[in-house]
Design a protein around this ligand. Structure first.
Ligand code: SF4
Length: 333
């Protein structure tokens, strides 16, 4: 694809926008659009499928309908509403960001990219998405989908960086419809130019696509060097008394900070071992062997099993809990 280096509406831009206008999916965050709804949806959609996010988004908006409501909520409630969505850091930062906006901006999100990007949890992608979708600022929002589309459109070699995609696509960004252009590119990546089976035969921009024209779609994007994911082995200390379990609220600086869970130990305690449970995060894989111990560890609190539903727990802790229940450890409930 060749570029128009003056910001103008190119045939590529026109065809992409026209396809998007006819094919955009109906999604809850596209209805009654507000900057807050865009922000929440973009935070949730990072690393997460649309279908997974939809029920979370809907429940979130019922629980925290406004930025002020989110800012005023306790962190435990915020994490509970996020429970199961993973990458809890996003929820903590969204909460921190809402508190910052409430305290320093009168509860109103800034309108400019340069201001948005200073908020906790708002990186260049989210700032560009909110600025363009909510306020029409002509900035490109580059996520994984857009990087993949750019790699194919421009036959970009190696690992595609945000700056590469930005440099190549910005000349096509229309001054007045930046939000629709960003959404259209993301939608193209999510529904047509997909990672494994791109549907070039129905692609609205195939005449402009370098990889397609060269018959090299399968070559792009070129594979990344895979990093080795560290594996941890921990012992989950299971201590029970009168239908209660000994759990600990993890500190903000730890992995899964703010969530409650079993105390994890690097050293093997004395007790009855249950079947290990495994959980994979993007940055590490963990195997936790639950061990039923006689006395509670130093830090933590008794939590009635009947009250567990009110606390935010990680997937790993739910898996341990399931294991503990399966072994009918002293009929917990
Ligand atoms: S023609 Fe194929 S590879 Fe090129 S942008 Fe469209 S779907 Fe992607």
């Amino acid at each position: 694809m060749t570029g128009c280096y003056v910001r103008c509406v190119t045939p590529f831009t026109r065809e992409l926008l026209s396809w998007f206008s006819a094919n955009r999916r109906t999604l809850p965050w596209r209805e009654a659009r507000t900057p807050y709804r865009v922000w929440v949806s973009e935070a949730m959609l990072q690393q997460t499928q649309v279908a997974t996010v939809i029920p979370y988004f809907t429940r979130w908006l019922t629980r925290f309908p406004t930025l002020e409501a989110l800012a005023a909520a306790p962190l435990a409630d915020v994490l509970k509403a996020w429970e199961g969505l993973g990458y809890y850091r996003r929820a903590r930062l969204l909460h921190e960001g809402a508190k910052r906006v409430a305290a320093q901006h009168g509860g109103v999100l800034p309108t400019r990219y340069d201001e948005l990007v200073k908020l906790p949890g708002v990186g260049p992608y989210t700032a560009a998405a909110v600025a363009s979708l909510s306020f029409g600022e002509p900035v490109l929002a580059v996520d994984g989908n857009v990087k993949r589309v750019a790699a194919r459109l421009f036959c970009l070699p190696g690992e595609v960086k945000v700056r590469d995609a930005n440099a190549r696509l910005t000349p096509y960004l229309p001054e007045t419809e930046a939000g629709a252009f960003n959404e259209a590119l993301m939608e193209l990546g999510a529904t047509v130019c997909t990672p494994r089976s791109p549907r070039c035969e129905v692609c609205p921009v195939s005449p402009h696509c370098g990889a397609y024209r060269a018959g090299q779609v399968a070559r792009f994007p070129e594979p990344k060097m895979r990093k080795r994911v560290p594996r941890l082995h921990r012992f989950a200390l299971v201590c029970k008394k009168d239908g209660a379990l000994w759990l600990r609220e993890r500190s903000q600086s730890e992995m899964l900070g703010g969530l409650w869970g079993f105390v994890l130990s690097e050293t093997e305690p004395v007790g009855v071992k249950l079947e290990p449970v495994r959980h994979a995060y993007t940055h590490l894989k963990i195997t936790a062997t639950p061990v039923v111990v006689g006395a509670p560890p130093e830090v933590g609190a008794w939590v009635k099993v009947s009250e567990l539903d009110a606390l935010p727990l990680s997937r790993l802790d739910y898996k341990i809990l399931e294991q503990v229940r399966e072994m009918a450890v002293d009929k917990l409930a």
